[in-house]
Design a protein around this ligand. Structure first.
Ligand SMILES: [Mg+2]
Length: 196
């Protein structure tokens, strides 16, 4: 049983303002603490190599796919370089994957925007901690997971009820698609395509 179930019913997710949701053309997700609970398992392989494992949430991944199917590209922008993140990004077929140990996220997103001909106000970003703050201050729709740090929560125009790695990304994807009026049609299209 997850922590969330043990805590009982979840409070309802807050809504994203419709006008902000409608201008989103790119969703940027932090990885550690957003797509994961922030934990990293580190161990040694018999040959002396380092093995690093992260736990990703399957419902989060499905939320990412629903955004993509709705025509919204997804970027993973991480301040930590990790093969686990690359594997998960490939699995989800994210349109952009950027890992940089220096956490120069503004620079990374700026490069994506230039290449795609987009503006900062067309970006939604979900973050949890200080490495996200500079970019969150620039985007049109800054969002925070429930257990984000105080500084991040303060700059966010949407704060979810789910913790990083425990459905926070799924909650955000749903809230964004619902605010755009696209949630029901995406769900029905998915079910229809699997109805034999
Ligand atoms: Mg983080």
């Amino acid at each position: 049983m997850t922590d969330d179930l043990q805590r009982g019913p979840q409070p309802p997710s807050p809504e994203i303002p419709k006008e902000k949701a409608l201008q989103v053309r790119l969703v940027v997700l932090d990885v550690d603490g957003v797509l994961t609970d922030g934990g990293v398992y580190i161990g040694a392989l018999p040959d002396g190599g380092v093995l690093e494992l992260k736990r990703f949430d399957i419902q989060d991944g499905f939320g990412v796919k629903l955004l993509q199917w709705a025509g919204i590209p997804v970027a993973l922008v991480s301040g930590r370089v990790s093969p686990a993140t690359e594997i998960r990004g490939r699995e989800l077929e994210v349109e952009e994957l950027h890992q940089d140990g220096g956490a120069q996220k503004v620079r990374a997103i700026e490069e994506i925007l230039e290449r795609r001909g987009l503006r900062w106000d067309q970006v939604a970003m979900l973050g949890d901690d200080l490495p996200d703050l500079a970019a969150l201050r620039r985007v049109g729709l800054p969002a925070a997971v429930a257990n984000a740090t105080e500084e991040v929560r303060r700059v966010a125009c949407w704060v979810g009820t789910r913790r990083g790695g425990h459905g926070a990304v799924r909650e955000f994807c749903e809230a964004l698609l619902k605010a755009r009026g696209e949630w029901d049609s995406q769900v029905e299209a998915y079910v229809r395509a699997r109805s034999g």
